[in-house]
Design a protein around this ligand. Structure first.
Ligand code: FE
Length: 175
């Protein structure tokens, strides 16, 4: 049974204030940026563009860009990852499928994989949500290093200071 409502006009905006503790939204008009400085380099061929660095829940949303048949080093995910391919294609050495432009990928907790962009792809861009931590490992699982939302924020601060945007530039992406 429908709730009785005084709402006569569906175009009336919500009339009350948002909760005082609520965080601001993030709106990025140029998510795939014109300004090359917004890409934070990880290696010679791999860089990322931060969108939401969520320190309060321990995840990050970013665009991963790989050029010139690059590789994202072997890593383990204790928590899930969601990806949507915006440009190019890639595959994992550990799986026989290929993620292409328009593909959605769910990486289940427990995955360990090595992301490879093939020779015939000039540029790959994928939107990834990464939860928790990426643990870099050798082929037998020995830990070589890690990344989490805090190392990502640190990388952004250093890079944005280096390119003249200022280390505070990253703050707009942090929640
Ligand atoms: Fe991964």
């Amino acid at each position: 049974m429908p709730i009785e409502s005084k709402d006569q006009n569906p175009m009336t905006p919500y009339q009350l204030p948002f909760p005082g503790e609520a965080l601001d939204e993030i709106v990025i008009a140029d998510a795939i940026p014109e300004d090359e400085r917004l890409w934070v380099p990880q290696t010679d061929t791999v860089s990322f563009r931060p969108l939401c660095l969520n320190r309060s829940q321990g995840y990050w949303m970013n665009l991963l860009r790989v050029r010139q048949s690059g590789i994202l080093s072997r890593h383990r995910h204790p928590q899930p990852v969601h990806g949507f391919v915006l440009k190019g294609s890639w595959h994992y050495l550990e799986h026989d499928w290929v993620a292409r432009e328009g593909s959605y990928v769910f990486e289940a907790p427990g995955e360990t994989h090595t992301l490879v962009v093939p020779d015939d792809v000039d540029e790959m861009i994928t939107y990834f949500q990464v939860n928790g931590v990426m643990i870099y490992v050798d082929p037998y699982g020995s830990v070589q290093g890690y990344e989490d939302v805090f190392t990502k924020i640190d990388m952004c601060r250093k890079h944005y200071a280096d390119v003249g945007l200022g280390e505070d530039y990253v703050d707009q992406f942090v929640r």
